[in-house]
Design a protein around this ligand. Structure first.
Ligand code: ADP
Length: 582
């Protein structure tokens, strides 16, 4: 329990001071709650000793009023300190997580971690923020109050103190058993919730395919199974936890009764005066209330602990190291010069890489001169996309070097590298925002004229102007209201606006109608003017003019040359061309 508390306090970062202050205010509030009992005890003692006067009566009354007022004030201050701190702490943690996610390699987002990220951001953080931070001060104040109660018992009589200690020990045994039970179930509960999130995301994303292939029954069954598992786990948790909660109540009841019996005994042998006895009766039901309430918060704390584990897991994912401090030399200014005196804009030098231990690329080497076009062709799964994505440092290579204008891309800051490269992916993602913002995202400081000019070059202007609000039309989630070809052209407009010297183009395989096809080709030609191009080509006729064609198969470059050279060779490329022609 202490460990969990320590972990929670550990995440509070720069708000630690504020949270510590709330322990004090919460404790004062607790004392103010107990003070009326002391006043009642004093008043009754005065009556029993016949020493009560009118002044004393007024004094007690005023003191009682002051206690109630102070209780309210300190409760308010504690709430302000804690709840606000909770939201501020998590605002900081969310920003930190956002920054961390930004630096993770792309691979992290394709390994089934989307469900985890989404649960961490929504369920876990929200739970701690709303359920835990607000009660943290209370929990700490309960611990202090319980300690003071035991000390008070020792002050009254050492036998009362020892008995109180034994009963607190019994609470700790029951409480720790409760903690273990709750912990075990919390971990499983969170795993089940993560699986459920994954399944729901999978179902929602794949709904089109599910309907097309009539998989509604099968996929719905998997989703229903996940819901049932989640429900079963929640019931299992309640079943395991309820007996523990009962045991805690029982300990409270038995402990209080033992303390009553012991004070009765001490009264009977003349150690307690009648006033002491009355005082004990007043305090009796409050003696162990703090430790009982403390363990009452346990389910929240154990869920919090499991949530913190998952937050830590996401934070533990290794970031792509952005240790490079260099800036890329301006385009055309530098590059690696080979023996023939040619300067290359991009150079892959014996590059090896694997997503896992197994190598996907083996000793890949090639150079691209500034302003030239290199096409990657070859069978599916050969490694074309991998080669292209390594240039943008979506992953880091295992061996070798990738250089841009002579600089190893790991020595260059990610920001500087990304300022030099733009990518047109096959799968276009448009944000649920206006068309304008979807293009301007590439260069937020662009003027309206520049954005419109990019749209014109990307052959999108006409269809955008036909939308209900032109550039200010909000595109549906994922760009649902535009056709595939139109979305593709908007993504090209983005790249035109970014205007980087290097363009990576993953040629779309999805077939679009002839008009769209022509418009996309025109848009691409605009984008590629005076650029260094790395194209992943699927239709070979589009790359016949490439300065260099690399045939990639099984992670290696098996052929290289121009279209004419490769056709003469009559190898893999020529075979692929003949297959596509037929
Ligand atoms: P191509 O673009 O030529 O179709 P890829 O570069 O996509 O080929 O894939 C090369 C190999 O790497 C394939 O075996 C593929 O399964 C594997 N691969 C691609 N992406 C990933 C990934 N994110 N994680 C693990 N393996 C991957």
């Amino acid at each position: 329990m202490f460990k969990i508390l320590q972990r929670i306090i550990g995440i509070t970062g720069r708000f630690k001071g504020r949270i510590r202050a709330s322990y004090i205010t919460s404790f004062i509030k607790g004392v103010m709650m107990k003070a009326p009992l002391i006043l009642c005890y004093l008043a009754i003692s005065s009556f029993m000793q016949n020493t009560m006067t009118k002044d004393k009566c007024i004094y007690y009354g005023l003191a009682l009023l002051a206690c109630l007022a102070l209780q309210g004030v300190f409760e308010y201050i504690t709430n302000m300190l804690m709840s606000a701190a909770g939201y501020m702490v998590f605002a900081d943690i969310r920003l930190k997580l956002g920054d961390h996610l930004r630096k993770l390699p792309m691979g992290y987002f394709t390994e089934g971690n989307i469900g985890k990220i989404s649960s961490v951001l929504s369920t876990d953080m929200l739970f701690i923020e709303e359920n835990c931070m607000g009660v943290l001060a209370e929990i700490v104040s309960f611990m202090i109050s319980q300690g003071l109660m035991v000390v008070m018992m020792f002050v009254m009589d050492y036998r009362m103190g020892i008995m109180a200690l034994i009963i607190v020990g019994a609470f700790l045994i029951v409480g720790n058993y409760m903690l273990r039970t709750s912990m075990k179930h919390s971990v499983v509960k969170q795993e089940v919730s993560e699986d459920l999130t994954d399944e729901v995301i999978d179902f929602a994303e794949g709904i089109g395919i599910i309907k097309t292939y009539n998989l509604l029954g099968e996929k719905s069954k998997r989703l229903t199974d996940e819901f049932e598992t989640s429900c079963r786990e929640a019931i299992g948790f309640e079943k395991a936890y309820s007996p523990c909660a009962r045991a805690l109540y029982l300990t409270y009841g038995i402990g209080t009764s033992i303390m009553l019996a012991l004070s009765g005994y001490l009264y009977s042998i003349g150690i307690f005066t009648p006033e002491y006895m009355v005082g004990m009766v007043f305090f009796l039901f409050d003696l162990f209330i703090s430790i009982k309430a403390y363990y009452g918060h346990m389910p929240r704390l154990t869920v919090t602990s499991a949530s913190l584990d998952r937050i830590d897991e996401v934070f533990a994912a290794e970031e792509l190291k952005d240790l490079g401090t260099k800036e890329l030399p301006a385009a055309g200014n530098s590059g690696s010069v080979d023996l023939a005196g040619d300067v290359s804009e991009i150079e892959y030098d014996n590059v090896s890489f694997g997503y896992t231990q197994k190598d996907v690329l083996k000793d890949v080497s090639f150079k691209i001169k500034a302003g030239e076009m290199t096409a990657l062709v070859g069978p599916s799964g050969g490694g074309k996309s991998t080669i292209a994505s390594l240039l943008a440092r979506f992953w880091d290579i295992k061996d070798g070097h990738i250089r841009v204008r002579g600089e190893d891309i790991r020595d260059v800051s990610l920001g500087s590298l990304m300022d030099s490269i733009s990518m047109v992916f096959q799968r276009v993602y448009l944000f649920q925002d206006t068309v304008y913002n979807n293009i301007a995202i590439a260069r937020p400081d662009a003027t309206r004229e520049e954005v419109e000019e990019a749209a014109k070059k990307a052959r999108c202007y006409d269809f955008i102007m036909q939308l209900p609000d032109g550039f200010d039309t909000v595109i549906g989630e994922g760009g649902a209201s535009l056709s595939g070809g139109e979305k593709q052209r908007i993504s090209i407009a983005r790249c035109i606006l970014k205007d980087t010297p290097i363009v990576i183009l993953d040629e779309a395989t999805a077939s679009v109608d002839a008009d769209n096809e022509r418009a996309i080709q025109e848009a691409i030609s605009e984008l590629c003017k005076n650029k260094t191009l790395l194209v992943i080509a699927h239709r070979l006729k589009t790359i016949a003019d490439a300065d260099q064609i690399l045939v990639v198969s099984d992670g290696e470059i098996v052929e290289r040359g121009t279209h004419a050279e490769l056709m003469d060779k009559k190898g893999t490329y020529a075979h692929m061309v003949s297959l596509q022609a037929s």
